[in-house]
Design a protein. Structure first.
Length: 234
């Protein structure tokens, strides 16, 4: 199986689904990670272009750590727009290039516009990429791909459908988060938020719900014709 995970920013996937992605790789599947935005606005000292390069390197390193391949779409922070024709085309090209069997991304109830607009872009692109006449460089993908929404920031309003036991992958997930040195500084200074503590709290909480040590939680995007009769998550 080919799995594509699309976050708004470098670090979103690491926080909310990297244990599952690592497990997919361990089970022999091919995993691509992507971000729509480049993370260029989240720092007090580092200027936007330099910051974007730093953050793309950090998330690329994190992907390598779990055996995944990173592809960034390089949209500026706070500019992700599901109605932007160029961004729609970039998202379609991403899906046509990767040809995933499963996509993991944000849900529509997340905490900031880049996240919810990423959910909207994937909703658009996963369908458009299957249309032979959609004007893109690559040929169409012969599937309207199933989509899972990952945990949102802080978990407010998020109701999981499925859990993935990441007990064996949890330390690797923490190592992937540690690749995000610039973001750990920013979130600590700007929001008083510790990424490693948050990852542990979420994994223990979701693990408690499904009776394992550490877990990640997902909600299936329930729209025809994306639903399948078999479980797709590991
Ligand atoms: Zn984000």
């Amino acid at each position: 199986m080919v799995v594509l995970a699309v976050g708004a920013h470098p670090d979103d996937l690491e926080l909310h689904c990297f244990g599952t992605l690592a497990k997919f790789v361990k089970n022999g599947h091919t995993v691509y990670t992507s971000t729509i935005a480049n993370g260029n606005k989240g720092h007090y000292q580092i200027k936007p272009r330099e910051l974007a390069e730093t953050r793309l390197k950090e998330t690329s390193d994190a992907a390598k750590l779990i055996g995944a391949t990173y592809i960034g779409l390089d949209v500026a922070d706070m500019m992700v727009d599901s109605h932007d024709r160029d961004q729609q085309k970039k998202a379609v090209e991403l899906i046509r290039k990767v040809k995933p069997d499963l996509i993991i991304t944000h849900g529509s109830g997340d905490y900031m516009s880049d996240h919810t607009e990423t959910a909207g872009l994937i909703f658009y692109a996963a369908f458009a990429s299957s249309l032979p006449s959609y004007p893109a460089e690559l040929p169409f993908h012969d599937d309207v791909v199933p989509v899972y929404n990952m945990e949102n920031a802080s978990g407010i309003g998020f109701v999981p459908d499925e859990y993935v036991d990441i007990s064996e992958e949890f330390e690797l997930k923490l190592d992937a988060i540690r690749c995000h040195k610039s973001q750990m500084e920013w979130l600590s200074e700007h929001d008083g938020f510790n990424m490693l503590d948050s990852a542990r709290i979420f994994a223990e909480f979701r693990g408690m719900q499904c009776s394992v040590k550490y877990a990640e939680a997902f909600a299936l995007f329930k729209k025809w014709p994306r639903l399948r009769s078999q479980r797709l998550l590991p």
